[in-house]
Design a protein around this ligand. Structure first.
Ligand code: BES
Ligand code: MN
Ligand code: ZN
Length: 508
C-alpha cells in the first residue's frame, strides 16, 4: 500500500490548489451555542465573510470529538470541499490538547479517503499531532484484499503551520506515525503467514534496513541456551519458536565528543510474541479465538520502536529481546503438570498452558537483564483480566514504583492511555508450587493482571527499574473506527515506548 504523503505547506488555505481543506471546530464555550472555529481558519473564515462557523452550525456541527461535516465551498475558496472536524472541549487554557488534534486529524483523514490532495489547518494548532493523526487515520490494511476493496486512503495531505523547526518536527512525527503503522501491519498479518520463523525474518528485514544489529536464536540455539520457557510453550507447534534480539548501540548526543557510547543510558525492551494463542492443552473457547492473532502485539511494538530509535538516531542504547512461539495443542504440546526449567535455571510448574505469555517472557526478561540495562520495559497482551479491570483502551502499568508511575504518565500524555496498578505482596505465595520454584497460575481468578505481573517480577533482578505494560485490550480494536484508530491492530504502545525513550535520552 502506498502510504499517505505528508508535506509542510505555507500560505493561505483559502487559495490552496487542493481537493479539500480541513478546519478544526471547538464546541461553544457556553454549552449549546454554535461551534467556534479553532486556530488556523482565519483566511477561510474571511473567504466566507466571517460566517464560516455559522454556516457549519446550519449543518448541525457542534465541534464534539470525532464529528466530521463536509460542505461544498462553491467558489468561496479554491478547494471545492471543506471538511470541518470536531476537536472536542479544550483544556482550561482553551487550547486543544495534542491528542485532540491527533484524533481530529485521524477522523479527517478517514473522511478524506479517496481524495487525491487535501490541505489541513490543524498543523497550525500542533504540527506533530496533526501529522501523526493524519498518518494513523489514513491507515488501511489491504494486503489480503484480492480486488482492492474499499476506497484508497487520501494520497497527499499538506499540513499548514509550524515554526522554524517545522521540517524536523514533521520528519520526526512522520517516522513515529510510520512506526505505529508498522506495528499495526505486523499485528494484522494473519497467523498462517506470521509465525515465529517468518515473524523473525520480517523483523530482521525491518531492523537491518535501519542499521539495527539482529540475532535470531532458532530451536537448536534455544535448546543449547536453556530457554525452557520459550521451548516449552512452542513445542506443540510444527512451527518452531524463536528468540529475536535487536541491538541499537545509540546515536550520537547532540554536541557530544567522539567518546563512543559509554555514557548513553541503556534500555532493555521485551515484547510478547505469541503468533497465535489457542491456549494449548488448556484450550480457549472457540468464540473470538481469532483475536489471538494479536497475541504478538507487544513484540510488534518493541520491534517497531527499536527500528524507530535507529531511524531517528536516538541517543539511547537499546536491546530488544523478543520471544516468539505459537501456542498449540498437539501430541507434542506441553501439558498442565509439566515443570519447565527456565533460562537462568529456575523451575516453573505449568498449571494452565494458556498462561503461556509469562513463561516465554520470563526467559526473555532474564536474558535481557544479563546486559545490565538501566531500565527494563516489557509489554505484552498478557491477561484477559486487564480488560476486565481497565477496559479496552487503558493499559495496565505495573513494575517498580517510580518507573511505573513515570511510564504510566507517558502513556496518558501520548493519548495511548495507561494506569498504574499495584503488585500486592500477598500474591506471591499464591504462586507457590507443589513441586517447582513457582507455579504459572494461582487457584483463583481474582486480580489476574496483578498475578501475572507478580509472576514476571520474580524474574526481574532487584534494583532494576522495571515496567510491565499489559496491553491485552488496547493493542487490538474490534469495534468501528474512531479518531486515528482503525479496526484491528492499534500499534499501542509504540508511542508510549517512544515517549519514555526520548525522556530517558534527555533526562536519563
Ligand atoms: N493472550 C492471552 C491474554 C489475552 C486475552 C489477550 C484476551 C488479549 C485478549 C493470555 O495468554 C491468556 O490466555 N491469559 C489467560 C491467563 C489465565 C489462564 C491465568 C487469561 O487471561 O485468561
Ligand atoms: Mn494464553
Ligand atoms: Zn497469550
Amino acid at each position: 500500500m502506498v502510504p499517505t504523503e505528508l508535506h509542510l505547506a505555507s500560505g493561505s488555505p483559502a487559495t490552496a490548489e487542493a481537493d479539500a481543506v480541513v478546519v478544526g471546530l471547538l464546541p461553544a464555550t457556553d454549552g449549546d451555542g454554535p461551534p467556534r472555529l479553532a486556530t488556523g481558519a482565519d483566511e477561510l473564515d474571511a473567504a466566507f465573510e466571517g460566517g464560516l462557523a455559522a454556516l457549519l452550525a446550519v449543518t448541525g456541527a457542534t465541534g464534539k470529538a470525532d464529528e466530521v461535516v463536509k460542505v461544498a465551498t462553491r467558489g468561496a475558496v479554491t478547494a471545492p470541499l471543506l471538511v470541518a472536524v470536531g476537536l472536542g472541549k479544550p483544556g482550561t487554557d482553551g487550547i486543544p490538547r495534542a491528542d485532540q488534534v491527533r484524533r481530529a486529524s485521524g477522523a479527517a483523514a478517514r473522511a478524506l479517503a479517496g481524495t487525491a490532495h487535501a490541505v489541513s489547518t490543524l498543523g497550525r494548532i500542533d504540527l506533530a499531532a496533526a501529522a501523526e493523526g493524519t498518518l494513523l487515520g489514513a491507515y488501511t490494511f489491504t494486503s489480503y484484499r484480492s480486488n482492492g476493496h474499499g476506497r484508497k486512503p487520501v494520497a497527499r495531505v499538506d499540513l499548514l503551520g509550524g515554526d522554524a523547526d517545522a521540517e524536523a518536527t514533521l520528519r520526526t512525527a512522520a517516522a513515529v506515525g510510520n512506526a505505529v503503522r508498522t506495528a499495526r501491519d505486523l499485528v494484522n498479518t494473519p497467523p498462517n503467514d506470521l509465525f515465529p520463523e517468518s515473524f523473525a525474518a520480517r523483523a530482521r528485514e525491518l531492523a537491518e534496513a535501519a542499521g539495527v544489529e539482529v540475532e535470531v536464536l532458532d530451536e537448536a540455539a534455544l535448546a543449547a541456551g536453556g530457554f525452557g520457557g520459550v521451548l516449552g510453550v512452542g513445542q506443540g507447534s510444527s512451527r518452531k519458536p524463536r528468540l529475536l534480539r535487536l541491538t541499537w548501540a545509540g546515536g550520537a548526543r547532540a554536541g557530544a565528543q567522539a567518546d563512543g557510547h559509554a555514557a548513553l543510558p541503556k534500555v532493555a525492551l521485551v515484547g510478547k510474541g505469541i503468533t497465535f494463542d489457542t491456549g494449548g492443552i488448556s484450550i480457549k473457547p472457540a468464540a473470538n479465538m481469532d483475536h489471538m492473532t494479536s497475541d504478538m502485539g507487544g513484540a510488534a511494538a518493541v520491534i517497531a520502536t527499536t527500528v524507530l530509535a535507529a531511524r531517528l538516531g536516538l541517543p539511547v542504547a537499546i536491546t530488544a529481546t523478543v520471544p516468539m512461539a505459537e501456542n498449540m495443542p498437539s501430541d507434542t504440546a506441553y501439558r498442565p503438570g509439566d515443570v519447565l526449567r527456565m533460562y537462568g535455571g529456575r523451575t516453573v510448574e505449568v498449571l494452565n498452558t494458556d498462561a503461556e505469555g509469562r513463561l516465554i517472557l520470563a526467559d526473555a526478561i532474564v536474558r535481557a537483564a544479563e546486559d545490565s540495562p538501566d531500565y527494563l520495559i516489557e509489554t505484552s497482551t498478557l491477561t484477559g483480566a486487564q480488560q476486565v479491570a481497565l477496559g479496552m483502551r487503558t493499559m495496565g502499568v505495573m513494575g517498580t514504583d517510580d518507573f511505573r508511575d513515570r511510564v504510566a504518565a507517558h502513556a496518558r500524555a501520548t493519548g495511548e492511555d495507561g494506569w498504574a496498578m499495584p503488585l500486592p505482596e500477598h500474591m506471591r505465595s499464591e504462586l507457590d508450587s507443589r513441586v517447582a520454584d513457582l507455579a504459572n497460575v494461582t487457584g483463583a481468578r481474582w486480580g489476574g493482571m496483578l498475578v501475572a505481573g507478580t509472576f514476571l517480577r520474580e524474574f526481574v533482578p532487584d534494583g532494576l527499574p522495571w515496567a510491565h505494560l499489559d496491553i491485552a485490550g488496547p493493542s487490538f480494536h474490534s469495534g468501528g473506527p474512531y479518531g486515528y484508530t482503525a479496526k484491528g491492530g492499534t500499534g499501542v504502545p509504540v508511542r508510549t515506548l517512544w515517549s519514555v525513550l526520548t525522556d530517558i535520552a534527555e533526562n536519563g
